[in-house]
Design a protein around this ligand. Structure first.
Ligand SMILES: [Zn+2]
Length: 602
């Protein structure tokens, strides 16, 4: 890995950012078609680039007596490179010149002269190069802990999950509490939520807490409920729900705010365990080509972990943090968003608030009752006044406000609140609505009125469409996961995965976005297919769109000169991969951040 060795010497003293402030726009071109026409000459051009690389050093012109001029950085040549320009237009290039400061110096076309004096020069061998992928909504520490705990994602039945749990317990004598994640009773075909008794059948002698795939419900076994002091007398907390049997006894299922009743009994992880969780999460994200991520709901402990990683130079991925609630955000960041720390690697820019729960656990707050449980409309987590007070408190200090809203009532509430607050807090506030899953079609145009960012997760649609139909019935599907309508309404669109709810791999996200078909190709032709978008639009939402959502478009998201040289080399060209299943399988081969190769597929 001689180039890696060379790279480590390229690392820069931070220089002031000179890139002009600009507004990223989501491209509305059909980029795939646009680029396909250009593709014909690419082979020839690539050959020309190869010839350049092959020029022997002795044949190149060198000044005879003068000392060599200072090197300009590195060159990644002979690539099939894509990026979006400041206007959201897809650009193609074959060479990427990286400055000594780890930023993009120039994008080179086949005919452009290649500089002579370089710290390194690499042949991309014609591979496709994309801007580093950005996840606009994830939970980095939860993801790390999910990689350390029992992963029930992909279990196909309760019995399957019970077997995995029993095996895990047998092979892990510590920790005292078994924590798991990722079950979904819909996939199990159970027709009900799991209970403490179900879990006791697998593990009885240790407390067990298993979180549902959406993070909005958990099931505890009897030992965990006993340790948490849960009895028939325990009342539902505000914003939460304890599932009960016919005699009023808790069954073991705790929804939304009720989860805290169990969680408070779980021993806190030690700092070393938190650091380990972060390392695991970071390694996995880099392998998926995720070079930057928003952390949605950073706690004080989470922040401490990120700072510790930064302090010892172990922070590779870039993290744009949204503090968990207003007090935490103020406590960490003080009087306003932090500056970029550790060479553009960490910044707290805003606050994360919750307006409602999730659809799977019927916590999403709907305008009309649930089709499959007419007794409820879901849960509103904040009163109108409280929501506006918190948003106002954050906006006052210049923090960006990102609000979780899944149901149509929650989305309408947040839109109303922004409508009102925008009269006081003017300018580019870049309000974010997280998920924006179920929106009354009448409310969709309201996103554009105040430049609200729709921060959405394409894989939620393909994972949840069957469940959404049950919860909502046939008449409330039009404004759901409405990516194409958002773009048509000129709403800035940012994509993410909400990892660990879904895998952070952005390529299944792009495949979902263009097809609205799941990994099994279901439903054929796509669910509510009018909301499919083009691959160029999907890639933009995972790059420039996510950077814009994070107020980081001057630093990352595109490979324009002056931006950080964050990019990935992949094993196929997503722009010309028409088959969504093939797009889904795209493998990242190398991940580069700030002009340094930080991950390579072995
Ligand atoms: Zn989330």
């Amino acid at each position: 890995m001689s180039d890696l060795f060379l790279l480590s010497s390229v690392l820069p003293e931070r220089s002031r950012r000179t890139c002009p402030k600009r507004t990223a726009r989501i491209t509305r071109l059909d980029c795939a078609r646009h680029e396909r026409g250009k593709g014909i000459g690419r082979g020839v051009l690539a050959l020309a680039a190869l010839a350049l690389l092959a020029t022997p050093a002795a044949a190149r012109k060198k000044p005879k007596y003068a000392a060599p001029p200072p090197t300009v950085g590195g060159l990644l040549d002979n690539v099939n490179g894509y990026t979006f320009d400041a206007h959201g237009k897809l650009e193609h290039f074959t060479g990427l010149l990286i400055g000594k400061d780890g930023k993009v110096k120039k994008l080179l076309q086949p005919g452009d002269e290649r500089p002579e004096w370089l710290d390194f020069r690499l042949d991309g061998k014609g591979r496709t190069l994309l801007p580093g992928l950005i996840d606009a909504h994830g939970h980095i520490m939860e993801y790390g802990f999910s990689l350390m705990g029992l992963n029930l994602t992909g279990t196909i039945s309760l019995a399957d999950a019970q077997t995995k749990l029993a095996n895990w317990a047998a092979h892990h004598e510590t920790p005292a509490w078994i924590q798991g994640f990722g079950w979904n009773q819909e996939i199990w075909g159970l027709g009900r939520f799991p209970t403490a008794q179900d879990i006791d059948l697998a593990v009885k002698d240790r407390p067990v807490v298993l979180e549902r795939v959406d993070g909005h419900a958990l099931v505890a076994n009897s030992a965990a409920m006993a340790a948490a002091g849960i009895t028939a007398d325990t009342k539902d907390p505000p914003g939460g729900h304890i599932e009960r049997d016919a005699r009023g006894r808790p069954t073991g299922l705790f929804v939304d705010a009720a989860q805290a009743l169990i969680r408070k009994a779980v021993p806190e992880p030690a700092p070393v365990e938190r650091d380990e969780a972060f390392r695991k999460a970071q390694a996995a994200l880099l392998a998926f080509g995720v070079t930057a991520t928003c952390d949605m709901g950073t706690s004080q402990d989470d922040w401490n972990v990120l700072r510790r990683a930064g302090d010892v130079g172990a922070l590779r991925i870039r993290i744009i943090s949204y503090g968990l609630g207003v007090p935490t955000t103020l406590s960490i960041a003080g009087t306003g968003p932090t500056p970029w720390l550790y060479d553009d690697h960490l910044r707290m820019v805003g606050v994360k608030l919750f307006a409602d729960g999730a659809l799977g656990s019927r916590g999403a707050w709907l305008k009309q009752p649930y089709a499959d449980m007419p007794s409820t409309r879901g849960i509103s987590l904040l009163s109108d006044t409280k929501l506006k007070n918190l948003m106002s408190r954050a906006a006052m200090d210049g923090f960006q406000v990102a609000i979780h809203a899944i149901g149509d009532a929650a989305n309408a509430e947040v839109l109303d609140a922004i409508d009102e607050l925008a009269q006081t807090y003017k300018g580019d506030r870049r309000w974010r609505i997280e998920h924006a899953q179920i929106v009354d079609p009448a409310d969709l145009p309201r996103f554009a009125e105040h430049g609200i960012v729709a921060s959405m997760q394409p894989t939620h649609e393909t994972s949840d469409w069957k469940m959404a139909e049950k919860r909502l019935g046939p008449d409330r599907l039009k404004g759901d996961y409405a990516w194409a309508t958002m773009l048509a309404e000129h709403v800035p669109l940012a994509f993410g995965s909400d990892y660990p709810v879904e895998s952070p791999n952005p390529f299944p996200g792009m495949a979902s976005a263009i097809s609205r078909e799941d990994a099994q190709g279901q439903p054929a032709g796509g669910w509510q297919p009018q909301e499919k978008i083009g691959i160029g639009q999907a890639l933009a939402a995972f790059t420039t769109g996510a950077a814009y959502a994070a107020r980081a478009e001057d630093v990352i998201g595109s490979l324009e000169p002056g931006h950080e040289a964050d990019f990935v080399l992949v094993d196929r060209d997503p722009m010309t991969t028409a088959d969504p299943q093939a797009l889904r399988q795209t493998q990242v081969e190398e991940t580069w951040i700030g002009g340094k190769r930080v991950w390579v597929r072995k």
